[in-house]
Design a protein around this ligand. Structure first.
Ligand code: ARG
Ligand code: ZN
Length: 846
């Protein structure tokens, strides 16, 4: 059944306290609960419960009629006239954590009990109002022979076989967590600005302790940063992080007890790449920052998910910018937004950051809710200024601490703190689709007129798209490279709007959308020389990178049409290589040409049909030409970027490695992979080893390296995930599906583990020409595996359906094959609600 935002009604009861008592056993865990309810409005008592074996239920000690359970709706409904104004509801239920392969609620991972309750997992643990606007303090007792027993809040007492915890901060059930296992801690501590001493622990399996240090350092940096940047302190005596191997998503912000996918905790130079380290720091920050934006202030209902996720992503992006390079971080974020969110917004799964209906909320933990949600906040901040933003956030924390809020509440604090009218701005939250901003220019007598037009194409269920507020940050670069106008923010509010700049000497080039000031696509005519001018001289790193990127994209698209061009790009890259050492990270970003998926997206946006094989060939040809033209400079830089001293996962070190690997990507086309071979054998860090391995696979020279890698890392699940991922990802398109098939047949393809499943399957789906093989074998392979996983783990299955969201842009042969694969999934008996919703939406819109 579809849930609608318009149907939200306040819950008629408040909870004074929730007490839970767990007796843990793999197949027969007993959960006893006592919930103190007090009526605050009219209505029945509705509790959620799914898959529970109910042993007893009472109200103030009197038995509750078990026929009030409506198993089909997963609800228990006790009529209002059977309830006093205040009462205690008690229940005892039995659950089976070992059978819980869906990984929501209480489950086992490698012999450890753990939980995942967001969004609606708590109903798999016991009867409860499982909705985010019902908040309560919790007391939890755990009985188990596992040595470490954890829950939310502060420990009250622990003895062998037993622990009790008290969380004084009212919270919704989705923030509940419990962990029981044989775990070892990396301990540390943090003293908050007001002097509270907090005990910190990162809990891992015995033997993993040496790999958890970076996570702890990241936590301490996060706590300090949030105090400085937002004036917010931690509010309990302990903060625990636990790493688990089986997890559907990245991590979870449970109050005082964050649970993490182990890939976002464990790292050493030998086993983790620079990208892994950066993600660990960012996600540790993200979950920690949720303590204020998510936990202390939560969401009224799940339609408001971006209230906590958009804001928390925005904050983790700020954190990473401050810890590393702000320019590189911004460019990375723009790349991900385009690759994931623009893609989503352009297809059948398009939805607004705040959707108004859904069937399965877990399908809405999307790039739109997270990443676009963060972009919208970035625009707000740009419009009200840094000071206005700080005032609005202070008001938000002040006004809403302890509450479950809406996007309307969020907008209101900005209006109240800054006086700005945000009625039109709010459309960013309620309207789906990526606006297309077109620019035409008029030049005469020292006057430049910029004519802008914004247009958003219809999206599923939303035909009309009124104009939005678009902050357009721009500058002007004169023909000799001087900046004749520094960054200026234009506020576009109409469908068409013009802005004039007068008194200019010579015609400048517009450096548009500086800092990527709005999540829009840009349509404008530019010559290769103008793009090259910006690439050489723009003062804004984002716009400068964009100019080089567009130059490359145009060259690549021309090549798919049989024009072997790209001289302007090759010349511009020559200039860039000459002073690459001054800013290796930027040079590496420019050397990494647009990927095949992005080329396909751009071709489709122009109304043409992308040909995956032609795109692959075009990109390969351009790489070859660049390599031949710049062999000397690339070789010099490859050598100059060799490691200096021990590995450090910081911005400088990773910048050097990224430039080195970018050079390797070209040189391999000339040296047949000899450098990659040597680098793979000699490198002391995973960043360079994985980079070298990927190139050896692309050159079909990988047999020895893959065997060595597997022998060395057989016992390290996270590293073996990389091994499973890079093979289908980097294989030549015509071999990718066969390779994925062979890997899937291996006994160590532990497909019930979400990391392993995703590694192999998304390795293939990210190989653009391989997945979109003209014979449909990629689509069939994916469909077969989704059908196999769905009965075991619907959440992970449903998320991976999005590989099909772009099918309508390809030729009819591919479209038909992809649709047939989707219809096969749709027809599977017993298909989960999660997967069914995804497949239906994709088929309806494709
Ligand atoms: N709140 C978590 C985060 O963003 C995500 C957990 C979502 N899990 C899920 N099964 N939908 O940090
Ligand atoms: Zn989050």
């Amino acid at each position: 059944a579809t849930q609608y935002l318009a149907d939200w009604r306040p819950y008629p009861f408040a909870i004074a306290e929730t007490r839970l008592d767990f007796t843990l056993a793999a197949r027969t865990t007993r959960v006893r609960s006592a919930i103190d309810f007090r009526r605050i409005g009219p209505g029945d008592l509705v509790l959620d419960g799914a898959g529970l074996k109910t042993l007893s239920m009472t109200i103030d000690g009197r038995p509750v009629d078990p026929t009030l359970i409506r198993a089909d709706q997963e609800k228990l409904i006790i009529p209002a006239d059977q309830l006093p104004d205040s009462f205690t509801f008690e229940a005892e239920v039995q659950i089976d954590p070992e059978a819980n392969t869906a990984l929501e609620g209480l489950y086992l991972s490698g012999g450890m009990f753990c939980t995942q309750c967001e969004a609606e997992g708590f109903r798999h643990i016991t009867w409860y109002p499982d909705r985010p606007d019902v908040m309560a303090p919790f007391r939890v007792e755990i009985h188990s022979d596992k040595p470490v027993l954890l829950s939310n809040g502060n420990p009250v007492n622990t003895a062998p076989g037993h622990a009790s915890w008290h969380d004084p901060w009212p919270k919704p059930a989705y923030l509940f967590a419990l962990v029981a296992g044989d775990l070892r801690a990396i301990p540390d501590s943090f003293t908050t600005a007001s002097g509270r001493k907090v005990a910190l622990n990162v809990w891992v399996r015995p033997g993993d302790e040496p790999r958890a240090g970076y996570a702890m350092e990241s936590l301490i940096r996060s706590m300090k940063w949030e105090e400085e940047a937002y004036g917010r302190e931690y509010d309990l005596d302990v903060f625990n992080i636990v790493a688990v191997d089986d997890f559907n998503m990245g991590a979870m912000e449970n109050k005082g007890l964050n649970i993490f996918n182990s890939k976002l905790v464990l790292a050493t130079a030998e086993t983790a790449t620079d990208g892994d380290y950066e993600r660990i720091e960012g996600v540790i920050g993200h979950e920690y920052f949720h303590n204020w934006t998510g936990n202390r202030i939560t969401c009224r209902d799940w339609f408001q998910l971006c209230l906590k996720e958009g804001l928390t992503v925005f904050r983790d992006q700020q954190f990473t910018s401050d810890m590393r390079s702000a320019a590189v971080k911004r460019i990375h974020d723009v790349q991900t937004l385009r690759a994931r969110q623009f893609r989503e917004d352009a297809g059948p799964l398009s939805h607004p950051p705040r959707p108004d209906h859904y069937q399965e909320i877990n399908n809405f933990y999307t790039a739109t809710v997270y990443e676009k949600g963060a972009e919208v906040i970035g625009m707000l901040k740009r419009l009200v200024g840094d000071e206005g933003y700080r005032k609005a956030l202070d008001l938000y924390f002040d006004r809403h601490d302890g509450q479950a809020c809406t996007i309307e509440d969020w907008i209101a604090v900005f209006q109240d703190a800054t006086g700005r009218d945000l009625v039109q701005f709010k459309r960013w939250y309620t309207d789906a689709g990526t606006p297309r901003l077109s620019l035409t220019e008029e030049w005469a007598n020292g006057k430049l007129v910029l004519n802008f037009r914004q247009h958003t194409a219809p999206t599923p269920g939303q035909a009309e798209k009124p104009a939005r507020v678009i902050p357009i940050a721009l500058g002007l670069i004169g023909p000799n490279g001087d900046e004749v106008l520094p960054t200026t923010v234009l506020e576009m509010t109409e469908e068409r709007q013009s802005f004039a700049f007068e008194g200019l000497g010579a015609r400048p080039v517009v450096s548009l959308l500086r800092g990527f000031s709005a999540p829009v696509t840009v349509a404008r005519e530019m010559t290769a020389d103008e793009q090259a001018l910006l690439l050489a001289h723009d003062t804004d790193p984002c716009a400068r990178w964009q100019a080089g990127h567009d130059l490359a994209l145009d060259a690549l698209i021309d090549r798919t049409r049989g024009k072997a061009v790209g001289e302007a790009l090759i010349r511009a890259l020559g200039g860039l290589l000459d002073d690459a050492e001054a800013d290796p990270a930027f040079a590496a970003l420019c050397l990494s040409l647009p990927g095949e998926e992005e080329i396909a997206t751009t071709i489709a946006a122009s109304g043409a049909v992308p040909d995956p094989d032609a795109i692959h060939a075009a990109r390969r040809g351009l790489v070859q030409d660049i390599a031949e033209a710049h062999e000397v400079a690339l070789t010099r830089l490859f050598d100059a970027m060799a490691p200096q001293g021990p590995y450090r996962p910081d911005a400088d070190g990773s910048a050097r490695r990224s430039l080195r690997l970018a050079c390797l990507g070209y040189l391999g086309r000339l040296d047949d992979g000899n450098r990659a071979d040597t680098l793979f054998a000699d490198a002391g860090n995973m960043t360079e080893r994985q980079g070298a391995l990927e190139q050896l696979i692309a050159l079909d020279r990988d047999a020895d390296a893959l065997a060595r890698f597997a022998a060395e890392f057989r016992d390290n699940r996270l590293v073996m995930d990389k091994w499973f991922m890079v093979q289908p990802l980097r294989a030549a398109p015509e071999k990718a599906v066969a390779r994925a098939r062979a890997l899937a047949a291996r006994p160590d393809f532990d497909w019930k583990n979400p990391n392993r499943f995703r590694a192999l399957i998304s390795g293939l789906t990210a190989n653009h020409a391989g997945f979109h093989a003209a014979d449909g074998s990629g689509y069939d392979f994916l469909a077969d595996w989704l059908m196999k996983l769905d009965p075991v783990n619907p959440q992970t299955t449903a998320r991976m359906c999005s590989a099909f969201e772009t099918i309508s842009r390809y030729d009819t042969g591919r479209q038909d094959k992809a649709r047939a694969a989707l219809r096969r999934i749709a027809a599977m008996p017993g298909l989960s609600r999660n997967t069914s919703e995804m497949v239906t939406r994709i088929l309806a819109g494709a």
